[in-house]
Design a protein around this ligand. Structure first.
Ligand SMILES: [Zn+2]
Length: 265
């Protein structure tokens, strides 16, 4: 490798890391602030505009059921019912969450769950809200430091799995499996740098569906082992250790078994 190529790689890695850390810092600062300009719809829901009262009512109707469902599936209780902030503009949503405009449709921070106006009226708003609630219980239990030591594929796969596909849009299992069999997939055993550099060009919904399928495999292959994994993660044990303690195999072996399983379908 010549000097010029080495310099290009170093610049690329530096820019990548800066982009990652700068957005993480921005999100951290935003989420540490108390959201302003909201009024209570009830004990758990805050709204910015009276126009969102009806949407707040729809969320309230399904909220207790979703909390119960997640607590049952993960065999763990929320520390407290997360506060839902319904933002009236994309600007306030981004200000509260530190997200880059226009931001995702919902986001969990240390303050609670923020809902963007872009979620209101979406056909899949229920699934997205369900998905975000799973992130919320993990965030409450782990705290921001431990939360970010867990690989993104596991967080997103768990949230998509528990919410019955929430966050993977209209992507079916078959579409996601087809891409995996063609070699277009994520690498659960890759380091952060490697996973970034070798990231396949997958649409986010396909990627989330693939994350979900692997988490589903970990669950369906052995429920007691999966429960042990969740408990170990919630006790803030290292992710790789939690995997080997629960399954007696490392993530590389489990991924190979997953691929074998898909090939045999
Ligand atoms: Zn998510």
């Amino acid at each position: 490798m010549n000097r010029r190529s080495l310099m290009s790689i170093l610049v690329f890695v530096s820019v990548t890391l800066c982009m990652f850390s700068c957005s993480a810092i921005k999100e951290g600062i935003a989420s540490s602030r108390n959201p302003k300009g909201f009024v209570s719809y009830n004990a758990n829901i805050q709204i910015e505009s009276k126009n969102d009262e009806q949407f707040a009512g729809e969320i309230q109707k399904i909220y207790p059921k979703l909390i119960d469902s997640i607590e049952n599936k993960l065999n763990s209780k929320f520390k407290s019912t997360p506060v839902v902030f319904i933002c009236s503009t994309n600007e306030s949503f981004c200000k509260c969450t530190g997200a880059k405009f226009p931001g995702p449709r919902a986001k969990v921070t240390a303050q609670g769950i923020f809902i963007s106006p872009r979620l209101h009226g979406s056909i899949d708003w229920f699934d997205i809200f369900y998905h975000e609630l799973v992130h919320s219980i993990m965030f409450q239990k782990l705290g921001s430091h431990s939360y970010y030591t867990i690989p993104i594929w596991f967080h997103e796969g768990l949230a998509t799995f528990v919410s019955n596909g929430g966050g993977s849009g209209n992507i079916t299992d078959s579409i996601a499996i087809n891409e995996i069999l063609k070699g277009n997939h994520f690498y659960p055993h890759a380091s952060f740098i490697r996973s970034y550099l070798s990231k396949p060009k997958l649409a986010p919904w396909i990627e989330y569906r693939q994350y979900m399928l692997f988490v589903k495999f970990l669950n369906n292959n052995s429920k007691p082992e999966f429960d042990k994994l969740i408990q170990s993660i919630l006790e803030k044990k290292h992710f790789s250790k939690s995997i080997t303690d629960a399954y007696g195999k490392n993530i590389h072996t489990l991924w190979s078994l997953f691929l074998e399983n898909l090939k045999a379908l």
